[in-house]
Design a protein around this ligand. Structure first.
Ligand code: K7E
Ligand code: CUA
Length: 755
C-alpha cells in the first residue's frame, strides 16, 4: 500500500508536465481531432450558441441540448411521467397527462417525432414548443417560459398520425397530418371497404398565443383520401397560406400476409409515384367559418367534395415512397425526398400556383381531386444518392442538405442550380438532419446535426439495445466536417428543432404561489406564517411552505383511511433553490422550484409513522428538512400525548454558548455586508437577486432572535437554546449567500464605489 502510494506520487510529477503533444500521442489524436475539439469544447462556465429541442421517440419526451458543446441540459416530459420534475407525480401535472387519455384509456407514453418551435414571421421566437405523438394521435404544448408541458390535445378524428407538428409562419396553426388511414372518428368499417370508408386527414390546430394554448374549438381538419399521408410543411413568403403533405401507399393496399398475400411493404411500393397534397389552409379556415364543414366527434371537418368544389385541394405525383416535404426559406420551392428513388424533387411554387390558377390538370384521382402535371410544376430533380429523406437549409442562398438513409450520408447541394456540392458519411442510417434554425425563413448556418437511427459500433457496448447517435457537423466551410458524436440514451431522435440561444428567455423563479401547469396563481398557495392544517371528516388538507431548511408544518396527524392532501409552496426567491417533497411509501415526488405551488393527494390507508422529507439537496441542513405524517390506527385509544417530546435537555450554559456564537457570526456577516455595500453590486442582476435572498434570511434571523430573547426573559433555556439555534441557521444561510456574492463580485471585477 505504502509502496503503491510512493510510486503513485513519483509519477504524478511526470504526468503533470504532460504537454499537448504528449496527450495527442497518448490518445492517438490528429490535428484534425484537435481542431474539432477546439470547435466544440466549452470551458467551464461557458454557454452554447444554439439550443436544440430533440424528439426522444418512444420516450415521449423532448431533450434539450446545446450546440456546439452537445451538452444535455434538460429532458422535458410531454406524454410520459418523469419523477425528477414531478411530472405525473403532482396533482397539477397529472391533470395535464390525463388530458391525453383517449376514449377513457390512460396513456402514459408517446411516440414523439417532430418538435416545432413557435414562429413569428417564419422565424423561431423562443416562446412555445409543440410535439406530436404518432402512436396515439396527440399534440403536446410546452411553454419555453419554464420548459414545462402545459397542454395535451387529443386528435378527435384520427387513430394514427405522423405529419405533425409543423407550424404556419406566425403560429396561427399547428399542423398534424394522419398516417395510417382509418375511419374518421376512430370508427369501424371492414377493410374490404377501405377505398370507400377509410380516410386520411390533416388537422389544423388553432394556437392562441395570448393563452399559450391550442384552442380545440377553433381547430379543424380537412378530409383526405386513404393515401397514408406522411410529413407536412407550411408554406411561407409567396406560398404562405398553403401547406404541403406527402404520402406513401397511394396504392391503397391493405395487406393480409396471413392469407398468403404479399405484405404491406410490397403492395405499398408497387407504383412509381405517390402524391404530394397541396392545401390552401387559409381558405379552408374561411370555409369552416362560413359553415361549410361537417362535424365528426364535434370537430369541424371539410369534406373532400367541398375542398374540390372550392378549389383548395390538389395532388401532384411524387417519386416512389417519399418521406420529407420541406419548404425552402424563401417559400419558393418544396423539396421532396423519395426513399426508393435517388433524387430529390424540387417543386416550384410559382409553377404550381400558375397551374392551379389556369386550372391545368393532368387528371383526377378516384376522389375527384385534380392532379397537377408533375413535369409541369417541377423546378428540377437532383440526383443525390440512395434513400433521400429529409432536407434542411443553410444561411447561404440555394444551399440545402438532405439525409440519405441507405447511403448513410448527408448531401449538400444547390437546389436552384440542381448541383451536388459535397457529401459526408455519418454513422449510421441517418433519419432526419437539422441545421441551425434550418427549417425557418432565416436559417442560421454554422452547424448541422445528423440524427442517426443506428449507433452499431460507435460507443462502448451497453447490451443489445444501443444508444442513439447525434453527430455534429460543421457546415461553415465548403466541405462539411464531422466534429462530434453524442450518444443519447433515449428513444429514436427523429426530428429536432434549434434556435439561437439568446432568443430563449426562461424564468428564474415563479411569481409566488404559481401552479406551473396552468401558469395561474394556485388557490392553494400560502405565505410563510399562514400555513394551516384543515380537518374535515375523513380528510386532512395541509397548506404548507418549504424554505431552507424546513417544511411548515412539520408534524401532521391523520387517521387511518383519511384522504390526505399536501399543498406545498416553495417560499424561496433564490435562483436554483429548489426543494422536493415525498411522504414515505405514500407519494411520488414533488419538484418545488422557487415560487411554485404543487400538491399531492393520497388515501392514508395504512397506519404508521411516515417520514416526509425534501428530495433536493438544497442547503447544508437539507437532510434535516423532514417531518412526520402520523397515521393513527383505527380505534386507537391514546395513552400518551402524541406531541413530540424533545430528547435532549438544554441548560443556561448551552444557551449562552449558542448566543455567543450567534453574536460572533453576526460580526462576520457584517463585514461581508460592508464589503458588498462598498461595491457597485447593483450593476450585477445576479447579485441583486442574491442580496434580496440574503436580506430575506436576515429578516428570518431577526425574527428568530426575537423569539430567543423572549424565551431567555422567561428563563426557558430549552426553547431559548432551540430558537437560538434556528437564528443561527438563518445566519448561516445568509452568510453562505454573502460569500457567494463576494466571490461573484471578485470574479466579475466589481468596482469600489466611494461613499
Ligand atoms: Cu423520418 Cu417520423 Cu420525420 Cu423518423 S420521421 S426519420
Ligand atoms: Cu429542501 Cu433539501
Amino acid at each position: 500500500m505504502a509502496l503503491a502510494t510512493l510510486i503513485g506520487m513519483g509519477t504524478v510529477g511526470a504526468f503533470a508536465a504532460e504537454g499537448l503533444e504528449d496527450v495527442m500521442k497518448r490518445r492517438g489524436l490528429s490535428q484534425k481531432d484537435l481542431l474539432a475539439a477546439a470547435k466544440t469544447y466549452t470551458p467551464t462556465g461557458g454557454r452554447d450558441e444554439f439550443l436544440v429541442f430533440s424528439s426522444s421517440g418512444q420516450a415521449g419526451q423532448i431533450m434539450v441540448y446545446g450546440i456546439p458543446s452537445m451538452r444535455i441540459l434538460k429532458y422535458v416530459s410531454v406524454f410520459t411521467p418523469e419523477p425528477w420534475q414531478g411530472f405525473g407525480f403532482d396533482e397539477e401535472s397529472k391533470k395535464i397527462l390525463r388530458q391525453g387519455d383517449i376514449d377513457g384509456r390512460e396513456i402514459n407514453w408517446g411516440d414523439t417525432h417532430h418538435p416545432a418551435l413557435s414562429e413569428t414571421d417564419g422565424k423561431p421566437d423562443g416562446e412555445y414548443l409543440f410535439i406530436n405523438d404518432k402512436a396515439n394521435p396527440r399534440v403536446g404544448v410546452v411553454s419555453l417560459h419554464d420548459f414545462e408541458t402545459q397542454q395535451i390535445v387529443v386528435n378527435p378524428i384520427l387513430q394514427s398520425e405522423h405529419g405533425g407538428t409543423f407550424v404556419t409562419p406566425n403560429t396561427e396553426y399547428v399542423i398534424e397530418a394522419a398516417q395510417y388511414p382509418g375511419v374518421l372518428g376512430r370508427g369501424y368499417a371492414p377493410l374490404s371497404e377501405f377505398n370507400e370508408k377509410f380516410r386520411g386527414a390533416v388537422t389544423y390546430w388553432k394556437f392562441d398565443r395570448s393563452k399559450g394554448r391550442i384552442d380545440p374549438a377553433k381547430s379543424f381538419s380537412l378530409e383526405l383520401p386513404p393515401y397514408t399521408q406522411d410529413l407536412t410543411d407550411a408554406g411561407k413568403g409567396p406560398s404562405d397560406g398553403w401547406s404541403f403533405t406527402n404520402s406513401f401507399c397511394a396504392e391503397r393496399y391493405v395487406g393480409g400476409i396471413e392469407q398468403g398475400k404479399p405484405p404491406f411493404e410490397a403492395g405499398c411500393s408497387a407504383n412509381d409515384a405517390d402524391y404530394l397534397h397541396v392545401i390552401n389552409w387559409k381558405k379552408a379556415a374561411e370555409l369552416v367559418a362560413a359553415g361549410k364543414s361537417v362535424k365528426i366527434n364535434g370537430h369541424d371537418v371539410v369534406p373532400i367534395k367541398t375542398a374540390v368544389e372550392e378549389g383548395i385541394l390538389f395532388l401532384i405525383a411524387e417519386p416512389k415512397s417519399p418521406h420529407g416535404a420541406d419548404v425552402t426559406p424563401d417559400g419558393k420551392y418544396i423539396i421532396v425526398g423519395g426513399k426508393l428513388d435517388t433524387n430529390v424533387s424540387v417543386y416550384s411554387w410559382e409553377k404550381i400556383k400558375a397551374a392551379i390558377d389556369a386550372k391545368q390538370y393532368a387528371s383526377k384521382d378516384p376522389y375527384g381531386i385534380p392532379i397537377l402535371d408533375m413535369k409541369q410544376v417541377l423546378h428540377t430533380q437532383v440526383q443525390l444518392g440512395l434513400g433521400p429523406l429529409h432536407t434542411q437549409f443553410d444561411s447561404k442562398p440555394c444551399i440545402a442538405y438532405t439525409s440519405l438513409y441507405v447511403d448513410s450520408q448527408v448531401a449538400k447541394y444547390d437546389y436552384c442550380a440542381g448541383k451536388v456540392l459535397d457529401k459526408i458519411s455519418v454513422h449510421y442510417n441517418i433519419g432526419h438532419l437539422m441545421a441551425m434554425e434550418g427549417d425557418s425563413a432565416a436559417p442560421g448556418g454554422h452547424y448541422l446535426v445528423a440524427l442517426n437511427k443506428l449507433a452499431i459500433d460507435r460507443f462502448n457496448p451497453v447490451g443489445p439495445l444501443h444508444p442513439q447517435n447525434h453527430q455534429l457537423i460543421d457546415i461553415s466551410g465548403d466541405k462539411m466536417e464531422l466534429l462530434y458524436d453524442m450518444p443519447v440514451p433515449l428513444g429514436e431522435p427523429h426530428y429536432a428543432a434549434s434556435i439561437a440561444a439568446d432568443k430563449v428567455k426562461p424564468l428564474i423563479r415563479y411569481k409566488y404561489g404559481t401552479d406551473s401547469r396552468t401558469g395561474q396563481a394556485s388557490p392553494d398557495a400560502v405565505r410563510p406564517g399562514s400555513e394551516k392544517i384543515v380537518r374535515e371528516p375523513g380528510k386532512v388538507t395541509v397548506y404548507g411552505t418549504a424554505i431552507r431548511s424546513h417544511f411548515t408544518p412539520e408534524i401532521v396527524e391523520a387517521n387511518e383511511g383519511d384522504i390526505v392532501t399536501f399543498h406545498i409552496t416553495n417560499a424561496e426567491r433564490a435562483e436554483d433553490e429548489t426543494h422536493g417533497f415525498t411522504v414515505s411509501t405514500y407519494s411520488g415526488n414533488l419538484s418545488l422550484e422557487p415560487g411554485k405551488t404543487a400538491s399531492v393527494t393520497f388515501k392514508a390507508d395504512r397506519p404508521g409513522a411516515f417520514s416526509f422529507y425534501c428530495t433536493e439537496f438544497c442547503s447544508a441542513l437539507h437532510l434535516e428538512m423532514e417531518g412526520y405524517l402520523m397515521v393513527k390506527p383505527k380505534g386507537l385509544v391514546e395513552q400518551t400525548s402524541t406531541k413530540a417530546t424533545d430528547s435532549t435537555v438544554y441548560t443556561k450554559a448551552d444557551f449562552d454558548k449558542q448566543y455567543t456564537t450567534n453574536l460572533e457570526t453576526q460580526k462576520v456577516i457584517d463585514t461581508v455586508v460592508k464589503y458588498i455595500m462598498s461595491t457597485n453590486y447593483k450593476d450585477f442582476p445576479t447579485v441583486v437577486a442574491l442580496v434580496e435572498d440574503a436580506v430575506d434570511q436576515l429578516n428570518f434571523a431577526k425574527d428568530a432572535k426575537g423569539k430567543t430573547d423572549e424565551a431567555a426573559k422567561k428563563e426557558d433555556w430549552q426553547q431559548g437554546t432551540l430558537w437560538a439555534n434556528q437564528w443561527w441557521q438563518y445566519q448561516v444561510k445568509a452568510a453562505d449567500i454573502g460569500l457567494r456574492v463576494k466571490t461573484y463580485l471578485e470574479e466579475h471585477g466589481a468596482k469600489t464605489v466611494a461613499k
